[in-house]
Each structure stands twice: as structure tokens, then as C-alpha cells.
Design a protein around this ligand. Structure first.
Ligand code: AMP
Ligand code: MG
Length: 299
């Protein structure tokens, strides 16, 4: 009996509060995607609770359709200034005013249809706000604010194609983020990042419909209003700012490989990985890509 009690005490010591750090996780459905939050260390549980509340809040605030959103209630939020600047920086490839065009294709309601040329032109002229291209990145930035405020040690947030790392991994090794294979399951390669980074992917496989064998996806070319057809399947951007990463991944997808590489050479705040329609992978020299064959884009 005594032996049994000692044995039970040993188990309690091993599994109890001795040593093991606090960890927490949650799954949230918002912004049309499944989001997974994981934290470790100080305030891990509280951070997950607060981030979940913030995501649900931003899900309403950043919506293009919800009556309670920023778009419908204030035209002069600080976010709009940032978004306009990103649009200018990308020479309009990131265009936050494509909501009417998204509607013409049926994306917001999932009642997909192919609009006529006239409908597209009318929709392009409408200039209706749509923050879908930065919503998840901006949300990641606001989650980082919470993690900062609560002094959380580490976190890995997967906001549906938008990954945000925070702090250092428990074992001290870099975070390893898989790049989705656009044509199937699994990963094409791995991006290693240290510390707090946004790793954001825009791809033609994330939201689309098909008709007569043609894929109509959700990243629009602001010049034509049609799905961007730049020879890319996906673009991943690695950057300190989630909002910037998100805007740039969308914009680089529209630009295509050549123009995108040029844009990278004229910038100093991000790295990128491009996956082309013929399955080739190109990575800027600081992207931290491994576990696959790829061509390096040099400065
Ligand atoms: P992402 O998944 O971040 O590339 O953003 C795509 C979403 O942003 C779409 O679902 C639209 O809501 C919106 N969008 C589509 N095309 C563009 C564009 N060229 N610039 C900015 N936002 C866009
Ligand atoms: Mg984006």
C-alpha cells in the first residue's frame, strides 16, 4: 500500500505543476477560415482567451459586408491610411477597393458566377472597400500586441494561410513553417524563421470555383477585375509586420515572378517564395527556405 502511494505521488509530481510550462490552444472560425492558436509560457491561457476575443471582434470590424464593420461606420480609421499606403507602394497591385468586383464573381456569398465584361467594368468603377487582402495579417498584428502585453513566451498562430510566430520555440530551434503544395496535400518546402515573424501565403488554391475546367480564384487583377493570371500558384511573404506581409503576398501574386522579384530588390523589409504554375519554386536569398529544390533570387 505504502509503495502504491509513493508510486502515485511520483506520477503526480511528474505530471503536475512541477516544471512543465503552461500551454494553451484554441481553434477559432473567423474570416472564412479555421484559425489555430497555440501559446506557451507566461499567461498562455489568458493570451489565447484574449486573442480569441480579438479575432471575433476583428471578424466583424474588418468585414466587407457586416453592418457593424469599420467600412460601414468610419472612413478615417488609421488602418485605412496604412492600407492606402500599401496600395500606393505596390503601384495598385494591392487594391483594397475591389468589393464590388468580388461580389460580381459571387465570392462573398459563395453564389459563384462569371460576370459579363460590362458588369466587371461597372464593378471596377465602384471603389467599394474590401479589406480581405490584409484582414488576417492585421489580425495577427493585433494578436502580437496581446502577446507583448501579457509577456507570453512563445506562440504559433495559424490564421488560415497566415502564420504568425512569436518569441522563441521552447527548445530554442527556429520555427519551421510548411509551404502548402498548391496542387494537393502536404508541403512543398519549409521556411525557418526566428523570433516574431509573419509568414503569409496567397494562392489560387485557397478560394476558387471552377467552370468548364477553368479556375476562377479570389486574387483579382485590379486592372481587369478577373482572377490574376500571372503564372503563379502561390506567393509566401516573410515580414515583421503581418499587415504588410498580407498586402504584399496578394500584390506579388498579381505582379508575377519577374515584376515581384524586381519589387523585392527595391525593398528591404520582406523576403518571398514564389511557386509557379509549372511547379517551380523561387526564393529570395533571405527567405530561409529548405527541404525542396528551388532557384535563388539574388539582390
Ligand atoms: P489574400 O488571401 O490575402 O491574398 O487576399 C485575397 C482577398 O483580398 C480576396 O478574397 C479579396 O477579398 C481581396 N482581394 C482580391 N484581390 C485583391 C487585390 N488585388 N488587392 C487587394 N485585395 C484583393
Ligand atoms: Mg493578403
Amino acid at each position: 500500500m505504502k509503495r502504491l502511494i509513493i508510486f502515485i505521488m511520483c506520477i503526480l509530481l511528474l505530471t503536475g505543476c512541477g516544471g512543465a510550462e503552461e500551454t494553451a490552444s484554441a481553434t477559432v472560425f473567423a474570416m472564412d477560415t479555421v484559425m489555430n492558436l497555440e501559446t506557451g509560457g507566461l499567461n498562455a491561457n489568458r493570451a489565447v482567451e484574449e486573442m480569441t476575443a480579438e479575432i471575433n471582434n476583428l471578424n466583424v470590424l474588418l468585414s466587407a459586408t457586416d453592418e457593424r464593420s469599420l467600412i460601414h461606420n468610419s472612413g478615417h480609421h488609421e488602418l485605412f491610411v496604412k492600407v492606402e499606403a500599401l496600395s500606393e507602394r505596390t503601384n495598385g497591385a494591392f487594391d483594397p477597393k475591389l468589393h464590388a468586383v468580388m461580389e460580381a464573381w459571387g465570392f462573398p456569398t459563395k453564389a459563384y458566377r462569371i460576370p459579363t465584361q460590362g458588369e466587371l467594368e461597372a464593378a471596377l468603377a465602384e471603389d467599394a472597400w474590401d479589406l480581405g487582402g490584409i484582414a488576417k495579417g492585421y489580425t495577427a498584428d493585433r494578436c502580437v500586441d496581446i502577446l507583448d502585453r501579457l509577456n507570453v513566451n512563445r506562440a504559433l498562430l495559424d490564421l488560415g494561410g497566415n502564420v504568425q510566430t512569436y518569441g522563441t520555440k521552447a527548445d530554442g530551434t527556429p520555427w519551421r513553417i510548411g509551404i502548402d503544395n498548391p496542387s494537393g496535400d502536404g508541403y512543398l518546402g519549409v521556411i525557418s524563421v526566428e523570433g516574431t515573424k509573419a509568414v503569409v501565403t496567397s494562392g489560387d488554391y485557397q478560394r476558387y470555383f471552377e467552370e468548364n475546367g477553368i479556375r476562377y480564384h479570389h486574387i483579382l487583377d485590379p486592372e481587369t477585375g478577373a482572377s490574376a493570371d500571372s503564372g503563379l500558384r502561390s506567393v509566401t511573404v516573410i515580414c515583421d509586420s503581418g499587415t504588410t506581409a498580407d498586402a504584399l503576398s496578394t500584390a506579388l501574386f498579381v505582379m508575377g515572378l519577374e515584376e515581384g522579384a524586381k519589387f523585392w530588390r527595391s525593398s528591404d523589409d520582406f523576403e518571398a517564395v514564389f511557386v509557379t504554375a509549372d511547379g517551380k519554386i523561387y526564393a529570395t536569398e533571405g527567405a530561409g527556405l529548405s527541404d525542396c529544390a528551388f532557384e535563388v533570387i539574388a539582390r
